[in-house]
Design a protein around this ligand. Structure first.
Ligand code: ADP
Length: 602
């Protein structure tokens, strides 16, 4: 790391020990800022600033701006820096800016790490006002922001960078604010940036600016379950490593914390449920004495104070799979892809419709390209439906980016899934995956299926072979609804050799009656495939025998690795009557409850 000074100047430092503010407590010191540290010189000894609060005064406003801007620039990727700060002093037992009486209270103002320093003048210096005025409640929200957004306008913050790909798109920069002008559909919004530029943005790249929107924080790992949290924290291996995740579909939040402070020195991960008070609005706490108005304030506090936790929250650990998610198509209202913008790379596999290749779109974005063999697909029907499929956008569904239909063969361009098909993934890792990991796979699939169910979309061929795994080990459902366009009658005739009888409920193999509840049956069989690590269901039986057996009430056995409770979830999928089967919403709840067994450790 470079030691070349970025800034060097004599500034005025306030003594850290002294409670009262008197001229004697202010000393001139030479401060040096480098890429790795902020240092000052005390009687020629070098003091490196660490975690204590330093009060420094600059000789002029200009100098102050330069220091603030440079420090911000150097710390903007440092997740340990507080997201809030106090613009005024701690004096006489309270913060002059907000009147809080807890010295370690999290700051009262959002620290706009990515913004510039000219955003808002500081409140008047104490002394200019009477003591009682200084004790007033926190200042109202900044006027400029309100004027910019306009009354009733929705302001969002970008969670990821997005490079506008078409002229009508708007480029997004992580952390910056945008005003929403129009919600064109669930996946694309029209927005305006602070410079007044307007264009389309993907809705899953932004979050509401509401202070309680946790998605903007690195430590918030919404889709991480207990076992995955432990895996990520252990992999990071840092004392005080932590993340906040959603415990279950009931919406409770949990802090997972890694520590070696266990007495015996053995590293462990503790899970603490964030509790809410019954008041309105509710307040949040881990330890009852310390109650906060928001989860982000609670986290800020415990970053500095263990206060009952096994360690303070020292190091925010993010979810690596939180890379920018796929967008529903490459741009708003764009499903036709120009084939000359595609480059073809290695072959990934061969499916019902033809060869699947890895490729790149505009030489940059990795994609999977399915070439549809002529005569394999009822193309016009599919093209009609492709627009609907593109709008199905969810973390656990393989995204359809677009189609090339102006030439033959036609292409389907989808999200690329590095680890390939789930069935092979399971088979190649026999014995290596823990029971919680297996359940995590089922959870991913249940969430993808829940999204299809909520959109009234039926998969019709759910099985481990039709799910794919990406490099972050997220499992996604693929090929939804595609059997309707297969022209091979061996595939869709229930007596045909390729009909997925072993994944079908009685009403499907008897009457071809498909519904979300027939997908639920298939999901039970998929769970069975997962817990047998890729076995063929009813492996010693032919399709016609399975029809007989299932009709007589026979069901797949309990896999060795599935607990009685997990097997009971499978059995709920295999109720003879479709209306008695659980829904995907219920199933994903049951699985996430099973994944979460957070003790109340405080
Ligand atoms: P089928 O039509 O038989 O379900 P697919 O056409 O979906 O099969 O895919 C065939 C094979 O190609 C898969 O088993 C997988 O190995 C590979 N494949 C398909 N889609 C993707 C993708 N999006 N990313 C990576 N590999 C893929």
């Amino acid at each position: 790391m470079s030691l070349t000074p970025i800034l060097e100047e004599t500034l005025i430092k306030r003594s850290q020990q002294k409670k009262r503010t008197s001229p004697l407590n202010y000393k001139e010191r030479v401060f040096v800022l480098t890429k790795s540290k902020l240092t000052y010189y005390e009687l020629r000894a070098e003091v490196v600033h660490d975690s204590t609060t330093l009060y420094i005064f600059a000789p002029s406003n200009e100098s102050r701006s330069i220091w603030v801007q440079n420090i911000k620039e150097e710390i903007k990727h440092n997740v340990q820096i507080a997201a809030k700060f106090h613009p005024q002093f701690w004096q006489e037992g309270e913060w002059l800016c907000c009147g809080q009486v807890d010295k370690l209270a999290p700051g009262c103002e959002g620290y706009n790490l990515f913004g510039d320093v000219s955003r808002k003048p500081l409140p008047p210096v104490p002394g200019d006002e009477s003591a009682s005025a200084a004790r007033r409640p926190p200042p109202p929200p900044p006027q400029e922001a309100q004027e910019e957004a306009g009354p009733g306008q929705e302001v969002v913050i970008a969670l990821y960078d997005f490079e506008g790909l078409e002229p009508h798109d708007l480029t997004l920069k992580t952390g910056e604010e945008y005003v929403i002008l129009e919600k064109c559909d669930v996946n694309w919004y029209k927005a305006r940036n602070t410079h007044g530029d307007e264009g389309y943005i993907p809705s899953n790249y932004v979050t509401e600016k509401e202070s309680d929107s946790l998605e903007q924080f690195v430590w918030f790992c919404k889709n991480v379950n207990r076992s995955k949290a432990e895996e990520l924290l252990r992999k990071e291996g840092k004392e005080g490593g932590f993340m906040v995740r959603v415990s279950s579909n009931t919406g409770t939040y949990t802090v997972s914390l890694y520590t070696k402070n266990t007495g015996d020195g053995v590293a462990t991960v503790r899970h603490y449920q964030i509790k809410e008070t019954h008041g309105s609005p509710p307040q949040f706490f881990l330890a009852e004495k310390y109650v906060f108005g928001s989860i982000s304030e609670l986290i800020e506090y415990h970053k500095h104070n263990a206060a009952g936790l096994v360690s303070r929250l020292r190091h925010a650990v993010g979810d690596q799979s939180r890379g920018a998610p796929p967008t529903a198509g490459f741009s708003y209202d764009k499903w036709e892809i120009n084939p000359s913008e595609l480059t073809f790379m290695k072959e990934l596999g061969c499916g019902q419709f033809g060869v699947v290749r890895l490729g790149k779109w505009r030489a940059q974005h990795k994609v999977a390209i399915k070439t549809v063999r002529e005569g394999a697909m009822s193309e016009d029907d599919f093209i009609e439906e492709a627009k609907i499929m593109m709008n199905l956008s969810h973390r656990n569904l393989v995204q359809l980016y677009g189609v090339c239909t102006q030439q033959r063969p036609i292409y389907l361009v989808t999200e690329f899934m590095e680890m390939g098909c789930l069935l092979n993934y399971l088979r190649q890792r026999r014995g290596a995956l823990g029971a919680l990991e297996l359940l995590g796979i089922c959870h991913d699939v249940s969430l993808g299926m829940q999204h299809l169910e909520q959109n009234g979309f039926i998969h019709r061929d759910l099985a481990a072979r039709n799910c794919l795994v990406n490099s972050s080990l997220v499992v996604k459902v693929s090929d939804f609804g595609m059997t309707r366009y297969v022209l091979d009658d061996q595939y869709w005739s229930s007596s045909g050799a390729k009909f997925p009888v072993k994944w079908s409920p009685p009403e499907v193999f008897n009457f071809c009656k498909y519904s979300s509840k027939s997908d639920v049956w298939s999901f039970g069989v998929l769970m069975w495939e997962v817990f047998t690590e890729g076995k063929m269901p009813y492996e010693h039986n032919q399709n016609h025998e399975v029809v007989m057996m299932v009709t007589q009430g026979h069901r797949l056995y309990r896999p060795k690795r599935a607990s009685a409770h997990i097997y009971s979830i499978m059995q709920m999928c295999w109720m003879e009557r479709a209306d008695e089967r659980a829904s995907f919403t219920e199933i994903s709840h049951m699985i996430s409850d099973e994944l979460e067994d957070d003790g109340h450790e405080l």
